[in-house]
Design a binder for this molecule. Structure first.
Ligand code: FMN
Length: 373
């Protein structure tokens, strides 16, 4: 199956089926329900004056939100990308395009990506290419992806969970780090290392930072499950082995909240994977993320119209403002120093990984000392 048709199949499955990482009782796996922000009965700020704006890689964002990488690479995805980019532009937030592999394979597919820059000339937009494809297309391919959409940054996605479950998947992961290192050295725009739903560990984050990445998008477990998506594709072609693998690894990975904590402290962190409301966003910031990203909640709206995408995101921004109000946060800098309590399996994860809130606070103070020096 061509890359282009596979992208269409993914979009259709995500729009129509249950593809999220949840337990049978629908308990969310992202870890956000195990984080509790502390309510302030006397916030002493005016909700109307709350400022959600922030800066990331020298670009202004009206809210700490990105539309996460999703699509492009098929003529039918042009309208979807146009709706997403128009919505991002109206709201003043950023957007990442989907994997540009299809356009590197076939020039005719470039238009479905270029539309994003055409309708949003001033927006923060990142390009997207898989680590495996980089091995094939090299630094030249990375440069081409960036130039195709005049991107402000390049996201290199790591999706070995999905690759391991789809029959056409690339499971030779050797040499990725060295090509990432070369791309970071030779590209003039910053590089973001991005998982797609299984999270990034402290060990991997360290290797990526050493390789020169400028930010990490944790793409944690708890939102779209690519193993889950592959279950539907496997069922449709009667492939019992891939179906079984997909079922087993449906909830595989590092919960998004835990992955933020694993990765923070070196380069800016973007939290994607199961961000579903404004409270999740505020929790991500409190944990150490600089930005958050959403994909799945925008799939169906983007297939309809720009207006539907704007509606979903406006609701989320209103939720964020409400949570900021109730915790006494006047702006995004305040959000980054909010106190929180961890419970349940997230707490156990942190203990198991030898991390805890006390150490986090010390780390944060160290960072602030570094910043003020
Ligand atoms: C339909 C769809 C297509 C996606 N395609 C890509 C892609 O091409 N490249 C990529 O890096 N991530 C891709 N992702 C992953 C998202 O960017 C995001 O990391 C992941 O879905 C977790 O966020 P969510 O739980 O809000 O969906 C895609 C997600 C969806 C839903």
């Amino acid at each position: 199956m061509s890359t282009s048709s596979r992208k269409m199949e993914h979009l259709k499955i995500c729009a129509e089926k249950q593809v999220e990482a949840t337990t049978e009782t629908e308990h969310r796996q992202s870890g956000f329900d195990d984080i509790h922000l502390v309510h302030q009965a006397l916030p002493e700020i005016s909700k109307r004056e709350i400022d959600t704006s922030t800066r990331f890689f020298d670009k202004n964002f009206a809210a700490p939100i990105m539309i996460a990488s999703m699509t492009g690479g098929h003529s039918a995805t042009l309208k979807v990308n146009e709706n997403l980019a128009l919505a991002a532009s109206e709201l003043g937030i950023g957007i990442g395009v989907g994997s540009q592999r299809a356009a590197l394979e076939n020039k005719d597919e470039e238009a479905s990506f270029r539309i994003v820059r055409d309708v949003a000339p001033d927006l923060f937009i990142h390009a997207n290419i898989g680590a495996c494809q980089l091995k094939e297309y090299g630094v030249k391919g990375a440069l081409k992806a960036v130039e195709m959409i005049d991107a402000d940054a390049l996201a290199i996605h790591l999706n070995f969970l999905q690759e391991a479950i789809q029959p056409e998947g690339e499971t030779n992961a050797t040499g990725c780090l060295s090509i990432i290192h070369r791309v970071c050295n030779e590209l003039s725009v910053p590089v973001i290392a991005k998982e797609t739903g299984a999270g990034i560990s402290r060990e991997t984050a360290g290797a990526l930072v050493d390789a020169g990445v400028s930010a990490i998008d944790v793409g944690g477990m708890g939102g779209t499950s690519w193993a889950g998506v592959e279950v539907y594709r496997a069922k449709a072609r009667g492939d019992q082995l891939c179906e079984r693998l997909g079922e087993l690894f449906w909830n595989w990975g590092i919960p998004t909240a835990a992955s933020i904590i694993e990765c923070r402290g070196h380069v800016p962190v973007i939290a994607t994977g199961g961000i579903r409301n404004g409270v999740d966003i505020l929790k991500s910031l409190a944990l150490g993320a600089s930005l958050t990203g959403l994909a799945l909640p925008l799939v169906k709206p983007a297939m309809e119209s720009k207006k539907e995408v704007v509606k979903v995101l406006q609701e989320i921004i209103e939720e964020l403002k409400t949570a900021m109000f109730l915790t006494g946060c006047a702006n995004i800098n305040d959000a980054k120093t909010l106190p929180f309590v961890t419970t349940g399996s997230l707490h156990e994860w942190l203990q198991g990984r030898n991390d805890n809130i006390k150490r986090y606070k010390i780390k944060k103070e160290e960072n602030e000392t570094i910043k003020t020096e």
